[in-house]
Write a protein that binds this ligand. Sequence first.
Ligand code: ZN
Length: 204
Amino acid sequence: MKIIGIGWNYPKHNNEMGRNFVPSEPTIFLMPDSALLKGNKPFFVPEFSSDVQYETEVVLCISKLGKCIDEKFAHRYYDQVALGVDFTARDLQNVAKEKGKPWAIAKGFDGSAVLGDFINISELPDRNAINFTLEKNGETVQVGNTKDMLFTFDFLVSYCSRFFTLKTGDLIYTGTPAGVGPVVPGDRLVGKMEGKTMFDFNCK
Ligand code: ZN
């Protein structure tokens, strides 16, 4: 399986990162399967970074094989969503950005792709407007709604499938809203979707 990440998909997050223009195409990056961290296992903050940050994101799980999927049929290729965290070594990413290098080590290190419980998308009140939050040590630090995304789930599935054949079980992390920030050992992160807890784990 592969893990696809989407960058710059929420305008307020783009602004907080100092990007004030609207991208014409999504920013895509890949993470290895070794990045996956499931089952509310602890996240070990890596020693190679002094600025590891959380990014809470809705995750799509691809449910069937597809290539060059038309946007109007894209909804048939995923039926479950999860809430996850795209942990980012911001200091390594900033160096990569300055030097025009790939984000691979800043985004794809071990444990960097936290995956919570899945929910059937048909069980959500509005598949195009999913509310989600992140609490750090009991304080709400991110509040998102997928209606604010620059590129919709269907567009992203269609776009990604132009370049990569999508396979059952592939994951797409659809970008983070504003409010990203650092984690240190001892932090507890709780993610909720429509008020329901989707992950709850500790940083060590
Ligand atoms: Zn992200």
